[in-house]
Design a protein around this ligand. Structure first.
Ligand code: ADP
Ligand code: MG
Length: 512
């Protein structure tokens, strides 16, 4: 066992074991078993069909897109796809679940036996990551519940069923992680993959991705300890913090002679985990097969044939062929194709859409400029996006315009400062073409020596004292003259050119 996994206690070393259960909302237009729309933050109870409200006599109709999304997710995580899976009812009574049960896949899930390899940065210096593998036990399809909203002032609970019946993929990992950092890195890589394949938007703050962490501790050489489960963690940072807190708490309990009880806990506002009162009794879910849904049968290239309704049938191999390049494959390829470092490839890939933008811009620019282009994407473009709280996908600037800016920068037509100004204008909604803005806003670099000489002459005429100092004592004052030239030209002269012409001018004056 590597030393990094060992936690120190008063009585010696401890090891921790962590397994995650993750609920990922499927990014589909409609719900898992009904035609109601799926939309975050819609007015309460606007997206509720009779089936979602559990009116008697309504029947589930399986949404093909949700099944395909879960298969794509399973393939991205190297799972075995079960060609036949089953739906079950899991009973519990809660106001936001009007049927009194949730349809899930308890006996046979849609996929099992997968794994994910991801980077863990043990050092603060994010240069060399360690690869870690977590096995995925299963992925099952199930319904989300509605939401209960508690109004403390009026002492009442309101129910919003917009979320009731939204498709969820529940992913269960094996207990293959040993600290909060590893678990957080797993969740982050999963998020990046889900975003990439488009099956879940991954937004934890909106509840689209929710993490339950199972945590136990044991002494080295001893079997796994009793685990607790911290429910509904809603940010990557909280995954790390909640797990670290819970490990510490369990060690303290055990070292002071207590026992850890198997229980469900939640994360409070101060970052502590506290027992959840409503989960104290062991639930009997009275699982039973869902009578209104037949087994879910999937096909592949070898089993699909013309007697099967092509519209309804799902061919796993067709989905496999539709799989986009996964984030880690793209990171590797970027380092090979463009000669950039792995850590820069990570930065490009982890910001959704940025790596694709970089590659699109690369095709239009010279090979020599790859590194400059990469920095332009990672620094200048990202800065503009972050300042406006936008993602790459939400950027209002078409790639062609970005490409125009970069080629003008590359050819020396505009300065870095002007390129930044162009970006700012376009991000703020300027709809003119890049060259029109360059003309109207006077952003083009001054390249004509004659024009540069004009600015230099002006500066020299205005500052005879500086010229005198330059010629008699200190050549460094040329920098002051250069500053004046740049102010006059609004920074549009390439500094080296301005300097050469200024030097020539000052030498000529001396000889006179
Ligand atoms: P159950 O059948 O009780 O639901 P599972 O085997 O399905 O238990 O495990 C549920 C979750 O708990 C999984 O994510 C698994 O990785 C995790 N887990 C299992 N054993 C431990 C343990 N000793 N410590 C921490 N997590 C564990
Ligand atoms: Mg389980």
């Amino acid at each position: 066992m590597a030393a990094r996994n060992v936690m120190k206690g008063k009585t010696g070393d401890w090891l921790a074991v962590i397994g995650l259960e993750i609920h990922a909302q499927i990014a589909s237009h409609s719900k898992l078993f009904s035609g109601s729309k799926v939309k975050f933050m819609a007015p309460p109870n606007q997206l509720v069909s009779f089936f979602d409200a559990a009116l008697p006599g309504t029947l589930p109709v399986l949404n093909k897109y949700c099944v395909e999304a879960s298969i794509l997710t399973a393939l991205a995580l190297s799972c075995r796809i079960n060609k036949k899976s089953l739906f079950d009812r899991k009973h519990y009574f809660y106001a936001d679940m009007p049927a009194g049960y949730q349809i899930t896949q308890q006996r046979k899930p849609i996929a099992s036996n997968g794994h994910l390899l991801f980077n863990v940065y043990d050092d603060v210096k994010r240069e060399k990551p360690r690869r870690h593998r977590v096995n995925i036990k299963q992925i099952q399809l199930e319904q989300d519940s509605g939401k209960s909203l508690h109004d403390d002032e009026k002492q009442q609970t309101l129910v919003d069923l917009n979320r009731a019946g939204v498709g969820l993929m529940e992913l269960v990992t094996e207990p293959d992680m040993s600290n909060g950092k590893e678990a957080a890195a797993f969740v982050q890589e999963l998020q990046t993959i889900l975003e990439r394949i488009g099956t879940c938007n991954g937004k934890m703050a909106e509840g689209a991705l929710r993490v339950d962490a199972n945590i136990s501790v044991n002494k080295p050489g001893e079997p796994h300890g009793v685990r607790t489960e911290v429910k509904n963690i809603n940010s990557v940072r909280f995954v790390k913090n909640a797990i670290e807190y819970e490990i510490r708490r369990q060690i303290d309990v055990l070292e002071s002679g207590g026992t850890v009880v198997m229980e469900t806990r939640s994360l409070d506002d101060t970052g502590c985990t506290i027992p959840m009162r409503d989960k104290e009794v062991v639930q009997d879910y009275r699982f039973m097969p869902e009578p209104n849904l037949p087994p879910l049968v999937l096909y592949d290239d070898t089993t699909i044939n013309s007697t099967i309704c092509q519209e309804k049938a799902i061919n796993v191999d067709t989905l496999r062929r539709r799989m986009p390049e996964l984030p880690e494959d793209q990171r590797q390829r970027l380092t090979e194709d463009y000669g950039i470092t792995y850590s820069n490839a990570v930065k490009l890939v982890n910001e959704e859409g940025l790596a694709d933008l970089f590659e699109q811009l690369c095709t239009a620019s010279s090979r020599k400029e790859t590194k400059r282009l990469m920095n332009w994407c990672l620094i200048d473009i990202l800065k503009c996006l972050h300042q406006r709280n936008l993602t790459v996908k939400q950027s209002p600037i078409p790639v062609e315009k970005l490409s125009d800016i970069f080629s003008s920068l590359q050819s020396g037509e505009i300065s870095a400062k002007s390129a930044q100004k162009l970006l700012e204008l376009l991000f703020d909604g300027d709809s003119r073409s890049v060259s029109e803005i360059m003309d109207v806003e006077n952003l083009r670099q001054i390249t004509s020596e004659e024009e540069v000489l004009k600015f230099c002459t002006e500066a020299v005429n205005e500052e005879p004292d500086l010229v005198e100092v330059y010629q008699s004592r200190n050549k460094k004052v040329i920098n002051k003259l250069m500053g004046i030239v740049q102010v006059k030209s609004k920074g549009r002269i390439e500094p080296q050119l301005a300097r050469r012409i200024m030097e020539e001018l000052l030498e000529r004056r001396r000889r006179r």
